[in-house]
Write a protein that binds this ligand. Sequence first.
Ligand code: ADP
Ligand code: MG
Length: 417
Amino acid sequence: APTFVADLKHTLKEVFGFGQFRGTQEAVIQNILVGNNTFVIMPTGAGKSLCYQLPALVLPGTAIVISPLIALMKNQVDQLGAFGVNAQVYNSTLTKTEMNRVKRDVISGDVRLLYVAPESLTKDDTIEFLLKSTISFVAIDEAHCISEWGHDFRPEYRKIRGIIDNLGGNVPIIALTATATPKVQLDIQKNLQMDDASVFKTSFNRTNLYYEVRAKHNTKKQLIQYVKLHKGKAGIIYCLSRKKVEEIAELLRVNDVRARPYHAGLDQQVRIDNQDAFLNEECDVIVATIAFGMGIDKPDVRFVIHFDAPKSIEGYYQETGRGGRDGLEGNCLMFYSYDDILKLEKFSKDKPVTERDNAHQLLAEMTNYAESSVCRRRQLLHYFGETLNTDCGFCDNCRHPKERFEGEAAVGLALRA
Ligand code: ADP
Ligand code: MG
């Protein structure tokens, strides 16, 4: 009904301050409001959180939001608090007194959203107090954590279905992920037993991102030139090792680039400071291992460079996806050499056989991508089960056909002759 739509728009404006829904947000929200199971697959930055936050404000009871990281939960709860929404976390960081207060507020129906880690949900006393509460729906954020094929597998995520069953009744489920591979999607739906869910999948085509792969020679010189070309603009440079991160950050600094390192080996406070400096524009470039990025919401990153080849296309897509979130310019450059692939193969040598086979498969796909002369976007989207009808015209292979890898160029010539 039109008034209903108007109400949603009104809430969107009043609470969140946004004038318009983005993409399929509104359709997703309508689907949740009628009590259907819902599966949302949208790229990072598309605005998935709003898909469960807004219906949680409209429906009676408390929405349970399952999230894998305490930092992500805190971030959202703080933001919602600033909008005047009663959202709480329930996890191991709370004192006994705080836990009791949260429980009381949930049971009395004051809390609109309750953020929990899956491991706190398995505890008996949690189930007990949730049984005394009215639950509007359960949202499972970062739902790819369910799948071993995802890039962030969490065994506790596999227990969620059982927990929801314990909550009795038929609580609607909404699962959300930015993971685009059909294999992971199937896994999620199977594990959560939500074959009946309405699926909302938007395209993973990031039309403003320019994809480019260059062979690794004179790489440091190429890097400095590239960064200077984007002087004063925000960029992320991913390296494989902590040592390389430090080295490249230093190289850029002596070349007058405001760069800082980020990796798990740094002191926690240094990491936080460097991340804040990047977000506050006190530095332009962050040189990092893949430890950097999850949940970072900086809209104006103008370039993402992979100094070393990434481990999988999925990872590559997620990392490059941090560029150009505002829809403006975003340049994605990968330096590639087969030696990098061999190095990565070596890393997985000590892993169990199945894991090693999996890693090998992912690397083979990465190699194909890097060495191919086919439109990059076509390849990326194909990997995610999407078909592009024409070449994109906005990647290195479209702009500068052939000649990139000599061997391949020769094959191409032979075929054309
Ligand atoms: P995702 O979880 O899909 O990666 P988020 O939920 O973190 O994305 O949202 C990304 C950004 O988009 C946030 O800054 C959020 O405030 C903003 N956003 C979401 N919906 C809208 C909207 N309808 N209009 C404007 N901005 C929005
Ligand atoms: Mg999200």
